[in-house]
Design a protein around this ligand. Structure first.
Ligand code: ATP
Length: 326
């Protein structure tokens, strides 16, 4: 995904947002802003507080403390005006089993007060976009999980919301449905400027789709930044991979020289970790040349978002991206 246009006009503002279930603090004084037009990812392990946050943001459950503003409206004092801007796709596909694809979409549009003309036109566009045009007369119960999820998206989008909430949109889906859903999310964001709030366990999905990602752990936000900046916080997990045509430099010689902090050996080469992969690569090339060794492959590698995630969530809570320089 391309780097984010810097957050400009907030569509969601959460301040001190907190939710208790009895003695359990599921969400603990979190603050964040989602800007209009961005795809914002909410990433965290099981039980981190993602769904609870989404339920509060969409007005399904009240917050124990804190404030939520949606498109300038306080969700508590102006719930109707605030929620009009939102479209919600829950994690569990719960379309009406006895209604057809078409009836499900039209019913949702009616509930949102979409005019007949508009809902017919928009419904038609959506079923085409989501590959459901041939299935208009099929009942909800006849659809596979992937098709039900596509229908849920049509139902959430038929009211043309400014912002779409997706809770684990591709979890457990077949590859074709997952890909289609990701493509449509990106297209709606890029062509219509739709803001998307996405919860996911899937780091690659967050990396691919999101302009910014909040990492939540134990009810607190551990970091919020672009996927790229989050990866950059793990400077020491940068690395260089080298493979020699024949013979090889001993990796220890690089470590002894203060280049890198750790190596992983493999046949005809090694991967060496260090904060300055460019310098390491240069030094490797110089040494290989001096010793008459031929390098077959040399590349610098950035840490994956998965490594960042494990690192941040295993270090506890209440850190910001700025604090996580290692
Ligand atoms: P997952 O990825 O597994 O869906 P999550 O990040 O969405 O997890 P939440 O579902 O928000 O996490 O749960 C946060 C914490 O609140 C967990 O400890 C969970 O057990 C607890 N919790 C969630 N809903 C309730 C509820 N209705 N009553 C009591 N505790 C709850």
């Amino acid at each position: 995904m391309n780097p984010l246009v810097p957050p400009a006009i907030p569509i969601i503002e959460a301040r001190g947002l907190t939710r208790h279930y009895g003695d359990l603090v599921a969400v603990d004084r979190i603050d964040f802003i989602v800007a209009r037009g961005e795809v914002f990812g909410f990433l965290g392990p099981n039980g981190a507080g993602k769904s609870t946050t989404v339920r509060m943001l969409t007005g399904y459950i009240p917050a124990t403390a804190g404030t939520i503003t949606v498109a300038g409206y306080n969700l508590l004092s102006h719930p109707g005006a605030a929620r009009r801007h939102l479209g919600v796709v829950p994690e569990e596909a719960n379309v009406y089993a006895d209604l057809t694809v078409r009836q499900n979409i039209m019913l949702m549009a009616e509930l949102h007060g979409v005019s007949k003309e508009e809902r017919t036109q928009r419904g038609k566009e959506l079923v085409e976009m989501f590959g459901l045009a041939e299935r208009l007369k099929q009942k909800g119960r006849q659809l596979s999980k992937g098709l039900r999820q596509r229908l849920m998206l049509c139902m959430a989008l038929v009211s043309d919301p400014d912002m779409l909430f997706l809770d684990e949109p591709t979890s457990g889906l077949d590859v074709a449905s997952s890909r289609l859903i990701r493509e449509v999310i990106t297209r709606m964001n890029q062509t219509q400027g739709m803001t998307v709030f996405l919860t996911t366990h899937n780091i690659e999905e967050a990396d691919e789709l999101c302009h910014r990602v909040a990492i939540i752990n134990k009810g607190r936000i551990a970091a919020i930044d672009t996927p790229r900046a989050l990866r950059a916080t793990l400077q020491s997990r940068r690395s260089v991979e080298v493979r020699f045509a024949q013979g090889a430099l001993p990796p220890e010689s690089m470590l002894n020289f203060g280049m890198g902090t750790e190596t992983v050996k493999f046949a005809q080469g090694f991967r060496i970790f260090g904060a300055a992969p460019g310098l390491i690569a240069q030094e490797l090339a110089n040494r290989a040349t001096a010793q008459g060794l031929h390098i077959e492959h040399l590349s610098t590698l950035e840490p994956s978002l998965e490594e960042v995630f494990i690192h941040i969530t295993s270090r506890g809570v209440a850190q910001t991206a700025e604090e996580i320089h290692v």
